[in-house]
Design a protein around this ligand. Structure first.
Ligand code: SF4
Ligand code: SF4
Length: 282
């Protein structure tokens, strides 16, 4: 099975998170038309592949407020060799389309943004997903000002939903021991995220069983190493896939370190690794 992270040219969001370069950024009509054309071309390419594929869409900004993403994900979810269709989302958009998607393959990676919505509204969106039998994880950035929201979310999220916390790693020693213990109790996998992995020369699945692809079909092993491996519209996939070692000094994001061979995180997430749901929450 091949994992593909897709990021098209979209660069816009309806939310206004203060730390984010895409906050309230708008795309022009022409830019959105180009993003849509890239997505449709990619969908067509996926439909023609003769191998199992799992997809994670990692847009710059929010894609699920766009009908063309909702429709493409719905169609992709019903393709027999597509084993997973996931997307990172702020969960603000209309969710009625999820009732038409295949609940066995569609899954959402959702993030709560405390300055942009309320816990109760967000929980209401989660309940809509549950009514449509769509699997999802819920997460938040673990900044200290978010701690009250972490507490509230933990109390109010329906049982059985995995709640991840992305460690704030920009400031060294940001957390006290007490903070770390508290966060670890809420997210039992917090310590994996609260680590910057030294990865130079280490074996990584990226480039072997996982690829990143942009809107024009250009392939890199992951989102963090820009060395081009080819283009899906000009070359066969097999010419690009082989075992590789990491050439970066470190890897710090979930969508990167899940590929690090020494961590063997498949033992924890199995086939829910792209939507970030550990096995025990299945
Ligand atoms: S929801 Fe995500 S993409 Fe949008 S402004 Fe907030 S952090 Fe940025
Ligand atoms: S360890 Fe991270 S940065 Fe290095 S190749 Fe793997 S995913 Fe990319």
């Amino acid at each position: 099975m091949l994992k593909i992270l897709y990021r098209g040219p979209l660069e816009s969001c309806n939310y206004d998170c203060s730390y984010c370069p895409f906050a309230k950024k708008k795309n022009t009509r022409e830019e959105l038309a180009f993003d849509r054309a890239c997505l449709l071309k990619f969908e067509n390419w996926v439909s023609q592949q003769g191998r199992g594929i799992s997809l994670l869409f990692t847009p710059w900004g929010e894609a699920l407020i766009r009908k063309y993403y909702q429709e493409a994900l719905t169609r992709l979810s019903w393709i027999s060799h597509v084993q997973k269709v996931c997307i990172q989302t702020n969960l603000s958009g209309n969710l009625s389309w999820t009732a038409r998607a295949n609940p066995k393959t569609l899954a959402l990676w959702t993030t709560f943004h405390p300055t942009e919505t309320t816990v109760d509204k967000f929980i209401g969106r989660c309940q809509e997903l549950m009514q449509n039998n769509i699997r999802f994880s819920v997460g938040i950035v673990g900044k200290k000002e978010n701690f009250p929201f972490i507490e509230e979310l933990k109390d109010k999220l329906p049982q059985g939903i995995y709640f991840w916390i992305n460690a704030y790693k920009r400031e060294p020693n940001y957390y006290s021991d007490a903070d770390e213990n508290w966060l670890q109790k809420i997210d039992p996998l917090f310590s994996f995220n609260n680590t910057i992995y030294p990865t130079q020369g280490k074996g990584c699945e990226a480039g072997e069983t996982s690829l990143s692809i942009d809107g024009e079909g250009n392939v890199t092993r992951c989102h963090f190493i820009k060395e081009p491996l080819g283009n899906i519209y000009h070359q066969a996939l097999d010419t690009m896939l082989r075992a590789r070692s990491c050439t970066n000094d470190c890897c710090r994001c979930y969508i990167g370190y899940i590929n690090l061979k020494e961590l063997d995180l498949n033992r924890i997430y199995s086939n829910r690794i792209l939507e970030r749901i550990p096995l025990e929450y299945h």
